[in-house]
Ligand binder design. Structure first.
Ligand code: NAD
Length: 249
């Protein structure tokens, strides 16, 4: 029987690449996103690879939407084996004291509350079924401090904390929870930002020991490894995938 994965933010970037990579491994996918266009595009790509997929439109920052995406996945696929808890936004890049309260609430709501709500409902299903595997998306900004991303960095450090603490509570019951900490990765969002600001791209690349940005495919490879049984004894880890960036800070 095919395994079933739920992917939040599955309509673009890392979520979409991971859906495609997991489908290549024979996994069926529930794609969760606020974007109809992106979500449906990912469903098409998974179906082209011969796996089943559904799109569930949901805002991860709303607990009722999160409960609904879990319920709809169970209704359609009957179970959840893997959870890529990935939806996130970055913010305006303003210094913290120039940041609106609304923006702080939005980043915390999506990146941190959204991740917590997701695990709250998904892990319940997994534990009922004997276990499962979760990968949370942190960031370089979740393992080091950086300017212009204070709120984002707070949420991503939060992702690291919840990853480790969940293992302390539920590893004995068959739950694996790991996190990835990507550096700047060429997702559509980052690509269009750098196309508009080519100097920023040069400066980002020059700060990375490998002198290039990561690709979504490289991140999807790591996530697939962590989610599946190949990583059965890896638990509570935060894996950096950043060309050496944070290890040289
Ligand atoms: P992206 O913008 O390409 O994809 C994010 C997806 O999440 C989009 O499809 C968007 O519609 C969806 N989304 C946004 N808000 C949502 C909400 N409230 N509910 C449901 N879906 C929502 O971005 P990406 O680069 O693929 O980022 C994915 C994750 O990776 C984020 O958590 C981000 O912080 C993290 N990350 C990205 C990079 C990078 O350089 N791209 C680096 C480190 C960490």
């Amino acid at each position: 029987m095919s395994k079933v994965a739920v992917i939040t933010g599955g309509g673009s970037g890392l979520g979409q690449s991971c859906a495609i990579r997991l489908a290549e491994e024979g996994v069926n996918i529930a794609v969760v996103d606020v974007s109809d266009e992106g979500g449906n595009q990912t469903v098409e790509a998974v179906k082209e690879l011969g796996q089943d997929a559904i799109f569930i439109k949901a805002d991860v920052s709303k607990a009722e939407d999160v409960k609904r995406y879990v319920d709809e996945t169970i209704e359609y696929f009957g179970t959840i084996d893997y959870f890529f808890n990935n939806a996130g936004i970055s913010g305006s890049g303003a210094y913290f004291l120039e940041t609106d309260i609304k923006e702080i609430e939005q980043i915390v709501g999506i990146n941190l509350l959204g991740a917590l709500y997701g695990i709250r409902y998904v892990a319940e299903v997994m534990l009922k079924n004997g276990g499962g595997s979760i990968v949370n998306t942190a960031s370089s900004a979740g393992v080091i401090g950086q300017d212009t991303v204070v709120t984002y960095s707070a949420t991503k450090h939060g992702i690291v904390g919840l990853t480790k603490s969940l293992v302390a509570e539920y590893a004995k019951d068959g739950l694996r929870v790991n996190a990835i900490a990507p550096g700047p990765t060429e997702t559509p969002m980052v690509k269009s930002y750098f196309e508009a600001n080519p100097k920023m791209k040069e400066s980002a690349e020059s700060g990375i020991p490998q002198k290039r940005l990561g690709t979504p495919e490289e991140v999807a490879e790591l996530v697939t490894f962590l989610l599946t049984s190949k990583a059965e004894y890896i638990n509570g880890e935060v894996i950096r995938i950043d060309g050496g960036f944070t290890n040289t800070k």
